[in-house]
Ligand binder design. Structure first.
Ligand code: UDP
Ligand code: MG
Length: 314
């Protein structure tokens, strides 16, 4: 059989020692049914503090399709995916999949099929998530709503990082230089022909979701503007609370007037409240400026995006 096309499977790994072998055997089960492609695994160990890299090393020793890259510290999933994509520049397609088995490898034949039909990005959409707390679902809903309103990008809700990208997309992606990045945000910005596949997400098999609310929040804010000057940002948050409190106070004063029909507050009190509100607005504007200054700040430093400690089979 003539093997023509090469597909790389990129897996970011952060404390997934208990999941790697399981994921690998499920992937192997699927990939052996598609021998017409040349397969390659790129595992990026994103500074795990468990034995993930040892497991990856053993795997790489047994199977030369497995490339294992070891970050010198935790750089975050977005950067791990980016490093994987940079590593796969000579592949015809790339499939990104989480290491915690929440993305069913059994979907891969469908993704590849869509790709062969002409899609350049095949996006999976989770239709249902088991055991996801309400707050997380609510946060995700608000985030996508905000993204659609604020940025020009049409982010489709509930899409995941489990995606297939054509070589063309990966080549263009390699030219993007921002450091505070959201992998799929950049991909969505790029355009290209897309196809969508629905799937039901499974609950995490082993370990804890590494994306705490804090990390998710950061990711959300990063993808809206990207910044790093938190003191200025703090001014913005302060502005929001000042405006909110004085705004409520002002409404309360008005409501009092409407209900009692007598003006019980001195004009000075009124001026003070309105003035405080405006101070809040100014602080908010400062916070907004900080968002943009932050972007410039991180771009100007121009540090390497990631640092490898070790590379196996590559
Ligand atoms: N991950 C990573 N670096 C991090 C956090 C997570 O490489 O700092 C990996 C993790 O090992 C998993 C994937 O990114 O393969 C998704 O992580 P998680 O399950 O915690 O996120 P969620 O499913 O909540 O999006
Ligand atoms: Mg997960």
């Amino acid at each position: 059989m003539c093997i023509t096309k090469k597909i790389s499977i990129i897996v970011p790994i952060y404390n997934e020692a208990g999941n790697i072998l399981n994921l690998y055997s499920r992937l192997e089960g699927v990939l052996t049914t598609m021998p017409q492609f040349k397969w390659e695994y790129i595992f990026i160990n994103d500074g795990s503090i468990d034995s993930s890299f040892e497991v990856l090393k053993t795997l790489a020793d047994c199977d030369e399709k497995v490339k294992a890259l070891d970050f010198s510290r935790n750089f975050g999933k977005e950067i791990a995916l980016t490093a994987g994509a940079h590593e796969a520049l000579n592949s015809d397609a790339v499939i990104c999949i989480d290491g915690d088995l929440q993305h069913p490898p059994e979907l891969i034949p469908i993704l590849v099929n869509r790709w062969e039909e002409g899609a350049e990005i095949v996006v999976t959409i989770r239709t249902e998530i088991e055991k996801q707390p309400f707050f997380r679902r609510f946060g995700s809903y608000v985030y996508y709503w905000l993204m659609r309103k604020i940025s020009g990008i049409n982010l489709k809700a509930k899409t995941t990082d489990f995606r297939l990208y054509d070589k063309k997309v990966i080549q263009v992606f390699a030219k993007t230089t921002e450091r505070e990045r959201m992998f799929r945000g950049i991909m969505d910005w790029m355009g290209f022909r897309r196809s969508y596949v629905n799937f039901k997400a499974e609950a995490r098999v082993n370990g804890q979701p590494a994306y705490s609310y804090g990390k998710l929040w950061r990711l959300a804010v990063n993808s809206l503007t990207s910044f790093s000057l938190w003191p200025l940002r703090l001014a913005g948050y302060l502005g929001v609370s000042i405006s909110l409190i004085s705004g409520i106070l002002f409404l309360w004063m008005l409501a009092n007037y409407v209900v009692m029909k007598v003006w019980i507050y001195t004009p000075l009190a009124m001026v003070v409240v309105v003035n405080t509100f405006l101070i809040g607005v100014v602080l908010m504007a400062l916070g907004l400026v900080a968002l943009y200054v932050g972007v410039i700040h991180t771009e100007v430093i121009n540090r390497p995006l990631y640092i490898f400690r070790d590379r196996i089979n590559c």
